[in-house]
Design a protein around this ligand. Structure first.
Ligand SMILES: [Ca+2]
Ligand SMILES: [Ca+2]
Length: 309
């Protein structure tokens, strides 16, 4: 029994080694491979996280810069952010574009015939003691040019006004075609800032507004303001003329000059703005104010343009 025990002992260490070697080998070998594999895993998501590279590459740069393993993972993340962005950019610029294009659409320019009333006084009006008034031209106005197809849109169209009880005349006088200087031919509105408004019946492209207050004598009407809108209440509008130099009518200080009434009427450039309604405001005149009777008079308004849009 002793011999067997002595012979058996020298084998023990061999057995132990034999058992340890396979156990030890596996951990040593595994440490190297996982470290490499882990590093590869971290690298992949890092490159993948920079999703912009694949985004750009997916469209054009990928074939040159892209490596095959990176390409498949990121595109999924990259495609999602790209999709929502373009529609946002596309919709925003479309909205502001229409108002810019609207007033600049002009066709072939032709001369439009006007039916002017007879002059009520002769000679060039004398410069008036009134601020911000343009020097009278002293000669007839040149031809009225407008895009081909322009017509008088306002003739016979319904008129409303801010004065609930006009002192003289009817609102229909403003668009009845009678422009002769006469105390019986105009609509008279109370003192202060008042307006008349023409409903063209449909949204129209407007190239010019001609305006006759009372041209029986050389008068200057104050705070002449002309607006175009699709809203009958004019909460939003395009102002095409404003000579209220001190802002006393509450619609802002205007850049335009005052003018002396003549039989030619006042030509206001509509600039091709579109709208269904045109509103004309004024704040009395330099003649009647001396008599403490600072009223507003509208003999005729003609709006030239094209019906519809
Ligand atoms: Ca009239
Ligand atoms: Ca004013």
């Amino acid at each position: 029994m002793k011999h067997i025990r002595q012979l058996g002992r020298p084998w023990l260490p061999l057995l132990v080694i034999a058992l340890l070697v396979p156990l030890g080998c596996s951990p040593v070998a595994s440490t190297s491979s996982p470290s490499e594999s882990s590093s590869k895993k971290t690298e992949t998501p890092k490159k993948g996280s920079t999703s912009k590279t694949p985004e750009e590459g997916s469209t054009s740069k990928t074939p040159e810069e892209g490596t095959t393993p990176e390409t498949p993972e990121p595109p999924e993340e990259g495609t999602t952010p790209e999709t929502p962005e373009p529609p946002e950019e596309g919709t925003t610029p479309e909205t502001p574009e229409p108002p810019e294009e609207t007033p600049t659409t002009l066709g072939d320019m032709v001369e439009i015939d006007l039916d002017l009333p007879a002059p009520a006084f002769r000679g060039t009006p004398v410069p008036l003691n009134e601020p911000n008034v343009a020097k009278p031209r002293g000669k007839p106005r040149g031809p009225f040019l407008a895009p081909k197809g322009t017509i008088n849109l306002s003739r016979g169209k319904p008129v409303t006004c801010s004065d609930p009880a006009p002192a003289a005349g009817e609102v229909d006088f403003v668009t009845d075609g009678d422009k002769e200087a006469s105390d019986f031919g105009y609509l008279e509105l109370r003192p202060g800032t008042e307006w008349v408004q023409i409903d063209l019946g449909q949204k129209s492209t407007i190239y010019a507004v001609f305006l006759w207050h009372n041209h029986a004598e050389a008068r200057v009407y104050r705070d002449v303001i002309v607006e175009i809108s699709d809203d009958p209440d004019f909460l939003e509008s395009e102002t095409v003329f404003n000579n209220d130099y001190d802002g006393s009518s509450g619609m802002g200080i205007g850049p335009d000059m005052g003018y002396v009434e003549t039989s030619e009427g006042k030509l206001v450039d509509g600039r091709g703005f579109q709208g269904r309604y045109v509103r004309l405001s004024s704040r009395g005149n330099n003649v009647d104010v001396k008599n403490d009777d600072d009223k507003n008079h509208y003999t005729e308004v003609e709006i030239y343009g094209k019906p519809g849009t």
